[in-house]
Design a protein around this ligand. Sequence first.
Ligand code: PLP
Length: 446
Amino acid sequence: MRYDSITEVIGNTPLVRIDPAVHGLHHIDLYAKLEMLNPFGSVKDRAAWHMARPGLAAAVERGSQVVELSSGNTAKALAVIAGMHGMPFKSVTNRMRVPEIKDLLLLLGAEIEELPGRSECLDPTDTDDPLTLFHRALSGPDSTYLHTDQYFNARNTEAHAMGTGPEIVKDLDGRAPDWFIACVGTAGSSTGVAAVLREHDPEVKVVGLVAGKSDFIPGIRTIDEVQEVGLFDPATYDTMAPVTAEEAIDGMLTLARRCGILAGPTGGAAYFGAVRRLREADAVLADREAGEEGRQTAVFIVCDRIESYVGYLKLRRPDLFHQPPRKNTVADLSAAEIGAATVIDVPDAQKWIAQERPLVVDLRSPFAYAALHIAGSVNIVDELFDELVRGGMPFSGRQPVLLVCPIGEQSARYAALLTRMGHPDVRSLTGGVIAWRDAGAPLVRD
Ligand SMILES: Cc1ncc(COP(=O)(O)O)c(C=O)c1O
């Protein structure tokens, strides 16, 4: 195989059958589409190249910078593509949460701009969010950037409708699989592939996977966040299902250790979500005594590779690295404990602050905090807070504590944890800073 450019190596990724002894399905053949084998390491290589290509020549001429709102694989692919064309690349994001990817981007020469956004991903309905304002400026008629605009660019979806989808059909001898399972980030890959598969067989069942609420699986959205994504159309999916970070890691370990597929967490999530859904379908086929004639086929996408997520894994599964279990972590709280956390709504919190002066701890990123926060609050970003709590109770029991996060979910977990650790009066602000802002309560900026 000989190529003139590394970009020609994008696509034509293998479709590999998962050993039935591993997944345990009797009537369904399960295949992994190995997008991790794209040259820059992920499914996003296709979209990045397809989105950037038409504007490259003009952008080189203008001396433009390539810009994308991405903290992960799209940024990585674009940084390489920009560099190959002698252009700088800037990644704009609310927060880089995977340190290895941030380091890799810097290594590739990318500029990283972390904005004081309220959420982790773009929410175009939030007109005050700096990320939204930045997105508008990039997309405006006067923009001099080459902005690939992955959340809205139809070429993101098209890359998969032209490549990933047809490749799957070709490798299945001209037939669409009965099932297609994919994690949803920008929704480009799942939407593009699903459209092509349905052209071949309108009956194909499409399962979209997202992270569970307040869970973090790098590269994909939670069920709430996904509604904000421009390319997301609920009609694409027969089912949307959440996967927890723990389940994603379990799936990842199975793929790596039993199948030799060194997938990242979203590959693991896709495998886990696929097998969970297909077990039900397998039982139905068994009841029907479907036999060889009724055998079905399923395909899931492995988006990227394991190596960038060692830090992510260490934090969540220290046992895998022969480290002792983490003490005092929100991960092992029961639903009942979280439900029993003391929460306080905005009007009551305002009164409480005025009367009892609790220590107000804002768990958001320093950028979000710098942009707008409750007067007198202190900022301890959630990751740091997690470290602090691991070492023991960070506050005196004599002072009440109000925990604040973007939407009140994470703060409720930490309130539950501090309560379990013995703090007598810790509360979580219901609805977080968003509710505070929506209620018209005062916020200050640095
Ligand atoms: C690791 C990973 N998995 C899955 C996805 C989802 O792909 P899409 O954006 O096409 O929905 C992404 C997207 O960035 C990703 O980085």
